[in-house]
Design a protein around this ligand. Sequence first.
Ligand SMILES: Cc1ncc(COP(=O)(O)O)c(C=O)c1O
Length: 379
Amino acid sequence: MSKVPFMDLKRQYERIRGEIDEAIARTLQGASFIGGPDKEAFEKEFAAACGAKFCVGVANGTDSLFLILKAAGLGAGAEVLVPANSFIATSEMVTAAGATPVFVDVDETTFNLDLNRVEELFRARGHKAGGKIRAVIPVHLYGRMVDMDRLMDLCRRHEIFCLEDSAQAHGARWKGGIAGSLGHAGSFSFYPGKNLGAYGDAGAVTTNDEELATRVRKLANHGRIAKYDHDIEGYNSRLDGLQAAVLRVKLRHLTAWTETRKDRARRYDQLLKDTPKLILPELPPREEHVFHLYTVRVPKRDQVHAELKNRGIEASVHYPVALPFLKAYERFQHRPADFPVAARLQGEILSLPFFPEMTDEEQDRVAATLKEVLSSLSN
Ligand SMILES: Cc1ncc(COP(=O)(O)O)c(C=O)c1O
């Protein structure tokens, strides 16, 4: 029997092949490989899609985090709050900018930063405005929004900068506001497998702050806006013309793909509800979750994962080791008891095959196989 892939980008390409091939041919003919009209148009279109005033296209989502931190002056001496469950880019760039990541445990229902823990941390530290904690990076993990009302209220009261890591949350909304436009800046990845994915690496910064946008734009292009006018030293982190052309095509399909993701998530919910030993992701109001991933919780996760693989179902784990427990962060000497929820989740979470182009039959097979595997687990 054929496999059910975790995701299949070839299927997506087949469906939009005409538009993509035309956009690539146009870029090649125009020879606008770095910057150019597609990059400029994409920045405007993506800013509008996020409800943000400004967008700067950059080389990838890791750089977009770094450039925002640099542009906001978050370097040596600054502490930046980061959720204990995310991809390493989130914390890695805090260190790269010269600041220190401070991990905060996550909420077991939303999988996101636990805002009670954030408040506790401020209290425990006796934090005052202007103190060491200078920023927070909410990651809208798996496509689900962090409670941005409560978080921004905390940020205002404690005078800290909010960088939304929206790498997994293109188009997700919190009460009408869109991911990437609610904090002081938003960071996006267009890694190919993301909800809006390029055909290579690409990323973007969004913000309503013109000064911050200009600083990011300069930093991403050797400290300049005009050709040899280098106001400051910067980096090379630019969005390719070809990627911008691809992203413009795909952006036109994003809303429809997102709706399909939400329908597929609800379909999994129906197929899998009331399954013993299985915890399904909560389905918040439709707009708050764009389901980059459909992540369930199971006992004996590694065994379940391996059994699914044996039966042709490609699941995945995001992420098998929570950030504080990675070897890369040995220096902090964190223990499971410091982040009890993240410590538990890392052994339970399992992302099921999930992409807009998957078929009902494939979804049925995933659900039936998962039920079979769970019921065969010894207690
Ligand atoms: C939450 C999160 N932040 C940052 C990144 C980094 O993005 P990129 O791979 O484009 O550098 C990713 C993507 O892998 C991500 O999932």
